[in-house]
Design a protein around this ligand. Structure first.
Ligand SMILES: Nc1ncnc2c1ncn2[C@@H]1O[C@H](COP(=O)(O)OP(=O)(O)OP(=O)(O)O)[C@@H](O)[C@H]1O
Length: 127
């Protein structure tokens, strides 16, 4: 049996979190869409806090879009690695990954509008 397992696990978890953070930094530094989505997420969460609406659906929608954009970035890197030349399958892979981000963003927009818009209009005295 291994002794001191939990301390070792915590170190492993921190190391993995460091790699994940490097991935976030890479995406933020290289992907304009990811930067826009990060700031849009902060804006939506800030607006939700100000309007005192339940933040869980907004947070989930933001996490969905950011996760899909990170996966899209990862897939683009793999495709560029294995198929730097033009290839029909590379195009399918990149287009489908971009479509996943688009579909997730459309869903997040619907969630954001349905949760944030009514209380925002009420707060501004427009309803
Ligand atoms: N190796 C390839 N073979 C075939 N088509 C490709 C290839 N690389 C890119 N494409 C096509 O060009 C489109 C844009 O690819 P690109 O890698 O520039 O994605 P992007 O969304 O512009 O990426 P970025 O977020 O880095 O700007 C893809 O969706 C795909 O249709």
């Amino acid at each position: 049996m291994r002794s001191g397992g939990s301390a070792w696990d915590a170190r492993r978890w921190l190391r993995s979190a460091g790699f994940a953070w490097a991935g976030v930094r890479h995406a933020y530094g290289t992907q304009a869409n990811f930067r826009i989505e990060c700031w849009a997420a902060l804006l939506a969460l800030g607006l939700g806090g100000w309007l005192r609406v339940p933040l869980a659906p907004v947070a989930l929608a933001c996490a969905l879009v950011l996760s899909l954009e990170l996966l899209n970035t990862a897939l683009e890197a793999v495709v560029d690695l294995v198929s730097p030349e033009w290839h029909a399958l590379a195009r399918v892979a990149k287009d489908a990954a971009a479509a996943a981000v688009l579909v997730g963003s459309a869903g997040a927009l619907i969630v954001g509008l349905s949760v944030l818009l009514p209380p925002l209009l009420a707060r501004l005295g427009l309803t």
